[in-house]
Design a protein around this ligand. Structure first.
Ligand SMILES: NC(=O)c1ccc[n+]([C@@H]2O[C@H](COP(=O)([O-])OP(=O)(O)OC[C@H]3O[C@@H](n4cnc5c(N)ncnc54)[C@H](O)[C@@H]3O)[C@@H](O)[C@H]2O)c1
Ligand SMILES: [Zn+2]
Length: 369
């Protein structure tokens, strides 16, 4: 088992992230030791509940904690105020107290909603994150962002509320559907570009074992990625400076998701395409090591992620980039790779160059997203 201690400048952001196999018992003991609660809520979704809920319930019962399961419908379309309201109702009906924890057992959708519920019930109760998707383990469960979607856009409502423990159990994660594993891998590739050559090279070497859901490869992958994200988050917990590096591929990616349709292009696939567009743009501007692009293309392809997409109007994608909430003022603020281990925040890129980079994703002939 690996353990990472995350500390930030804020005292509440001071907790362990544990990664390994069979962690339900450890989580139960941690909760009993820390809070000695009579009960706790387990928020999970309709896909994860039949696979993993009973293991966690048994572990909690073994240490004398009653587990109240709150099973929400799976899917991003349910990450809204109505579902959170159901979670609020559920816990408040059980006369919730400040020290009674909420456990998020699921992917990023469950983590975001259970986290937001934990941030708001009684102005904040303890939150334990048990990510069951790769994306949730390497990204969503680390860093304290919680939230829900609004009809005006994704993740527009939320709060910062750090977990008191994050436990990424590779046994739970190993039932993840293939396309969801690939989506998580897009964020891992992103982290590898941001981090350093060693991480990038390790990913190139170990991708087959990861795709085969080998427990030791998954453990190592999550450990490396959490370390990278935790390092960035601990320096910039409220996204004022270098946390923006984590948006590599995301300004392009969010626009692609919006224009193609959230139901047609998954976030991870869009991020993979977005990283390629960002890298080609950086190359065109003479800002990027030419060796990065072919390696990145190959890694994305090997992960089963798309390198091209069906034709869409590049201008519509550019407009969507301008309307993304991460745009500061009227100028596009892009994260562009310089080489493995280095990215730059760039604000002066001409629209024509961006349009060209978008167009490179739509080359006819290759398999597309
Ligand atoms: N808070 C943050 O910092 C942050 C960061 C990145 C993403 N997010 C959010 O995370 C969400 C995406 O997360 P996600 O990709 O995990 O989506 P998700 O939670 O919808 O999970 C993807 C699918 O996999 C299923 N699933 C999850 N774990 C499983 C398992 N072990 N076995 C079988 N099926 C399983 C889920 O039921 C769902 O159908 C988005 O809403 C995004 O906004 C938040
Ligand atoms: Zn992302």
């Amino acid at each position: 088992m690996h353990k990472i201690h995350l500390t930030a400048t804020q005292p509440e952001a001071d907790y362990d992230i544990i990664i390994g196999a069979h962690l339900c018992d450890r989580v139960a003991v941690f909760i009993a030791d820390q809070y000695n609660p009579r009960l706790c809520a387990v928020v999970t979704d309709s896909n994860v509940a039949p696979l993993h809920l009973s293991k966690l319930e048994t572990a909690l019962e073994n240490v004398g904690i009653q587990a109240l399961a709150c099973v929400v419908s799976a899917g991003e379309e349910h990450k809204n105020i109505q579902t959170v309201s159901n979670i609020w109702d559920y816990v408040l009906q059980h006369r919730w107290e400040r020290r009674l924890p909420i456990i998020a057992l699921g992917g990023g959708v469950v983590g975001d909603m259970a986290g937001f519920a934990a941030a708001t019930v009684l102005r904040g109760v303890p939150l334990i994150q048990m990510p069951t998707s790769l994306l949730a383990a390497v990204d969503a469960s680390v860093g304290g962002k919680t939230g829900i979607d609004h009809t005006m856009g994704k993740n527009l409502l939320g709060a910062f509320h750090h977990a008191s423990l994050v436990a990424a159990d590779v046994n739970l994660i190993s039932t993840i559907p293939r396309c969801e594993l690939q989506s998580g891998l897009a964020e891992c590739i992103k982290h590898a570009v941001i981090a350093d050559e060693g991480v990038f090279h390790w990913l190139e070497e170990n991708l087959p074992q990861i795709l085969a859901l080998h427990p030791s490869a998954l453990t190592e992958l999550i450990h490396q990625n959490v370390r990278i994200k935790a390092h960035i988050v601990s320096q910039d917990p409220y996204e004022k400076s270098i946390r923006a590096h984590l948006n590599l591929g995301h300004t392009f990616g969010h626009a692609l998701e919006k224009v193609v349709g959230y139901d047609k292009l998954s976030h991870g696939y869009a991020v993979a395409l977005g990283m390629l567009a960002a890298t080609r743009l950086a190359m065109e501007l003479g800002r990027c090591d030419p060796q990065l692009l072919p390696r990145l293309e190959q890694l994305i392809q090997q992960a089963g992620l798309p390198t091209t997409m069906k034709k869409h109007d590049p201008q519509a994608i550019l407009s969507a980039m301008y309307s993304d909430k991460k745009v500061a003022g009227a100028r596009l603020r892009l994260i562009l790779p310089v080489k493995t281990g280095q990215v730059a925040i760039v604000t002066d890129v001409p629209d024509a160059a961006i349009l060209e980079a978008i167009a490179t994703l739509m080359t006819a002939g290759a398999p597309s997203a």
